[in-house]
Design a protein around this ligand. Structure first.
Ligand code: CA
Length: 226
């Protein structure tokens, strides 16, 4: 999952980037709303973590501008003060969720997973495709109920494909989802991850759509009880 972090407090920003990266998020970090806006113009993010108190343009203004520009990227607002007015302003301006500083990293991660899941139209905390079940919180994958060990990047590729199950995801989209700024991306990196996923999960786990990208089959809808 590709994440944009907007935080001018360097100590907090560094800590969040490290903590979130360790949990498999590809994190781009900017210290100003102006830089964040430029990044949002060019990159598709799964979610934004937005501090409200920023030098220059403040977070609330950026939030309103993105919504006015019809940018629907989920945005989680960080506020320094726990006042009702602050929280209401953040949500009314188009924020999807908020956290009051100081907060626990584990809670931020859980809220981000919930945001991304809801955006994908998925209410259940685990994702399914065929014989595969993926748990984003525990970062585990099971095949027919048996655990399968994946590398961090393999997990991220599979997670992004399963969030878009039944739809084609291009190689570029997968690179965006898995790698942040400054990460070295080999030209065939995604192919290698997909190759490994097929080796571990079965050749039909990830399908190649020639010239377009990859897809995992959507789980069949549960039958409706009469
Ligand atoms: Ca700040």
């Amino acid at each position: 999952m590709r994440l944009l972090l907007v935080e001018d407090d360097r100590l907090l920003g560094r800590g969040l980037r490290t903590g979130l990266s360790q949990r498999g998020f590809a994190v781009d970090w900017t210290e100003t709303a102006e830089d964040a806006e430029a990044a949002l113009e060019t990159t598709a993010y799964d979610a934004v973590v937005l501090d409200l108190g920023l030098p220059g343009m403040d977070g609330l203004t950026l939030l309103r501008r993105r919504r006015a520009a019809r940018d629907a990227t989920p945005i989680l607002v960080l506020t320094a003060r726990d006042t009702v007015d602050d929280r209401v302003a953040g949500l009314d301006a188009g924020g999807d969720d908020y956290l009051v500083k100081p907060f626990a990293l584990a809670e931020l991660q859980a809220r981000l997973r919930a945001l991304v899941r809801r955006r994908a139209g998925e209410a259940a905390p685990t994702l399914r495709s065929g014989r595969i079940e993926l748990d984003p919180a525990a970062r585990t994958v099971r095949l027919d109920g048996a655990p399968v060990a994946l590398s961090g990047r393999e997990f991220s590729v599979l997670h992004d494909l399963m969030l878009h199950a039944g739809r084609i995801v291009s190689r570029g989209q997968l690179e965006d989802a898995v790698y942040g700024w400054g990460d070295e991306v080999g030209s065939n990196a995604i192919e290698v991850h997909v190759h490994n996923l097929r080796r571990k999960l079965g050749t039909d786990a990830v399908q190649t759509v020639r010239g377009s990208g990859y897809l995992v089959p959507a789980a069949p809808k549960a039958p409706v009880a009469p």
